[in-house]
Design a protein around this ligand. Structure first.
Ligand code: ATP
Ligand code: MG
Length: 215
């Protein structure tokens, strides 16, 4: 059995404005879960809270494995990744950008190279690995962000609008790789999108957010 995330009664306000009021959901392993809802309804906030980057004002984020609760420590954080809509890159080659997450985990040389190449092939950027990452197109940069996340083999991958400002061809590539992850059953994907067709195409479950909770 894989990592499970149970979110219950999450609330979050910023400067007195309530964004999330009572969000509850259980993410079972190995599915694609899509968050939809209007601008500003709290999708990105919810993703940051689930990825343990931000803390809720109240409610619980419970990660468990084989029925046992996991502590929200660095070890757990390293099993999750959040890819933001605007991927920031370092001023160095595409492959070094992807290798960074492995280097900080102490994975270097041959193993790192093997995993970087695999992740770049997966997002169809193998041929760009020596190019400076700052010179990639937006669609390619978005795919680099996904490769950088995948290289660390996260058990839960949070994607915040991975195809916003990405053209049809690159959107297709990103959608295909999410479908591939769905088939491989190794990664749970939790993703925000405004694209309804995309939600239908990819989702095992669609979570519609309205008034700070799932309707
Ligand atoms: N750190 C913060 N400080 C103050 N307000 C914040 C902060 N983070 C989010 N907000 C506010 O919370 C609300 C929800 O924002 P969030 O980014 O979660 O929405 P969203 O559903 O992702 O929207 P979009 O579809 O436009 O990406 C917005 O009004 C936003 O300005
Ligand atoms: Mg957002």
């Amino acid at each position: 059995m894989g990592l499970r995330l149970a979110v219950s009664g999450i609330a979050k306000s910023y400067n007195g404005d309530t964004v999330l009021r009572d969000c509850s959901f259980t993410f079972k392993e190995h599915g694609v879960y899509i968050l939809t809802g209007p601008n500003g309804c709290g999708k990105s906030t919810f993703l940051r809270i689930c990825a343990l980057i931000e803390t809720p004002d109240s409610g619980k984020i419970d990660y468990s494995l084989d029925g046992g609760l996991l502590r929200p420590d660095l070890g757990l954080r390293r099993r999750l990744t959040l890819v933001l809509p605007k991927v920031g890159v370092f001023n160095t080659s595409v492959s070094r950008n992807v290798a960074y997450g492995l280097a900080i985990r102490g994975i270097r040389s041959h193993e790192s190279e093997r995993r970087v190449n695999k992740a770049l092939e997966f997002v169809q950027l193998g041929h760009k690995k020596r190019q400076n990452a700052l010179t990639l197109s937006s669609g390619e940069t978005q795919r680099l962000g996904i490769a950088r996340a995948l290289v660390i083999e996260p058990e839960i991958l949070f994607l915040d609008e991975p195809t916003a400002s990405v053209d049809q061809k690159n959107t297709g590539i990103i959608e295909d790789l999410i479908l591939q992850m769905k088939k491989d059953k190794r990664t749970t994907v939790v993703m925000a999108t405004h694209d309804r067709e995309q939600a239908e195409k990819l989702a095992d479950s669609v979570l519609a957010m309205k008034d700070g909770k799932f309707s």
